[in-house]
Ligand binder design. Structure first.
Ligand code: ACO
Length: 402
């Protein structure tokens, strides 16, 4: 219904592609996805191998630098990150200003945005040393910020990081250590969380990553770009879905566990009723991350003693959906968010922390993509066009004549 003349610009024909379903915004050498075959690789390495053999910090190095590190490189990277885990005391005071029931995602985004006021020595996007320093600071401080957001919500004191511990162990202690001296994270929990972070580490040009790139394309600094990415991730159609899945399962449980009637509401497209944790723009097959997460859910819940009833409910829901023509014909499968919340809950995190955990995982991917964008000579400021459908020119009417 749009006149062809409105699709013409000085630079040629404007393509209209809502949601950018078929528009490539960049070339990228970071992550490969084949959505039909259910394949995901970081820098060429299959996600299954990385999840089984790598660690989150090694995978972060791989994503950001392009190659797996040597033992010395990894040691150096790890040491540098552990030296930067503390927050400036003035930044710590931010946590007193937020309401106790603040959602961790806006707290994270605000604190990351504020990092650009504390670290004005590393804001130049074209100075490689400064970008490297901001990268280390982000990887080190985001877990601390996330843990503090949680600590504040439960009214416990903010602990100092213990840099003799690994990143995940440190994060778990900062979150659950009370009193801190006695806290020893369960090795199963450390391993499972580390693996979940690997699975979330990058996913090419998704909504939050595209946001990070778009903001960065204006030459805004890395902290500003990541802060915007965190806000994009918080939405229920993106990273926020992991929290929504648990809320959906609770709704089903409270209606006597009647899965079929919930699925009918989804199929009838009742406003606001979707099968959360299902469907994906790119995967038209089982999300390979969901396969791995499901196995981890079984392992963690059986050993840590999580809510098996909810896991059973999720599995039944998946089974019913995957044998229903509505979901089959639309190629809707569980995505990474479907089972993660159950694991996070078994670890002791409240539902509101789930997307913050996703943030810690996605951070190296955002950084890798931002760095690729800033170094790419083909990068231009992101500035999509539009097809105008508003009024034609008209004269201003005085207020008493309207
Ligand atoms: N439940 C029910 N129906 C769905 C779902 C779902 N979860 N997802 C898609 N559909 C239906 C749509 O209604 C549409 O049906 P129609 O053709 O009859 O209109 C069809 O499947 C195609 O869906 P689109 O909305 O066009 O798919 P799109 O690629 O735009 O959306 C998205 C992808 C946002 C992930 C969607 O599947 C969704 O909302 N899922 C639930 C939220 C979720 O789990 N998000 C996390 C995604 S993974 C991540 O970000 C980490």
């Amino acid at each position: 219904g749009v006149e062809i003349s409105k699709l013409l610009s000085t630079t040629g024909l404007i393509t209209l592609d809502p949601g950018f379903t078929n528009t490539g915004s960049t070339t990228s050498a970071v992550t490969y996805i084949d959505g039909d075959a259910g394949i995901l690789r970081y820098r060429g390495y299959p996600i299954e191998q990385l999840a089984a053999k790598s660690t989150f910090l090694e995978t972060s190095y791989l994503l950001i630098k392009g190659e797996l590190p040597s033992a010395t490189e990894l040691e150096d990277f790890t040491q540098r990150i552990s030296r930067h885990t503390m927050l400036h005391e003035d930044l710590k005071r931010f946590f007193d200003g937020f309401p106790r029931d603040a959602h961790p995602m806006p707290v994270l985004s605000s604190a990351v945005s504020a990092l650009s006021t504390f670290y004005q020595d590393s804001l130049d996007p074209f100075n490689e040393e400064q970008v490297e320093l901001s990268t280390i600071r982000l990887l080190a401080k985001v877990p601390t910020i996330a843990a503090y957001a949680y600590k504040k919500s439960v009214g416990q004191p903010l602990l100092y990081p213990d840099n003799s511990r690994g990143l995940v162990e440190n994060f778990l202690r900062l979150s659950f250590g009370f009193p801190a001296e006695d806290y020893e994270a369960d090795p199963l929990m450390v391993k499972a969380l580390d693996q979940l972070l690997i699975l979330h580490a990058d996913h090419e040009q998704n909504c939050s990553t595209s946001t990070v790139r778009l903001v960065g394309s204006s030459h805004a600094n890395l902290f500003a770009s990541i802060s915007a990415g965190i806000q994009a991730l918080s939405g229920p159609l993106h990273g926020g879905a992991n929290q929504q899945v648990l809320e959906m399962l609770a709704t089903i449980k409270s209606s006597d566990g009647n899965i079929k009637s919930f699925v009918d509401r989804v199929k009838n497209k009742e406003p606001g009723v979707k099968l959360m944790g299902f469907g994906h723009r790119v995967y038209k097959n089982y999300d390979p991350r969901a396969t791995l997460v499901k196995a981890t859910a079984d392992e963690v819940l059986s050993k840590l003693g999580g809510n098996d009833e909810m896991l059973d409910l999720a599995k039944q829901l998946e089974e019913i959906a995957l044998s229903d023509d509505y979901f089959i014909s639309r190629k809707l499968y569980p995505n990474v968010d479907f089972y993660t919340g159950l694991i996070y809950r078994a670890m002791g995190f409240p539902d509101r922390m789930f997307t913050a955990l996703f943030t810690i995982g996605r951070l190296p991917g955002w950084i890798a993509q931002w760095q690729e964008m800033i170094k790419d000579p083909a990068t231009k400021i992101g500035r999509p066009r539009q097809v105008y459908t508003g009024s034609t020119a008209r004269d201003y009417t005085e207020i008493d004549g309207r």
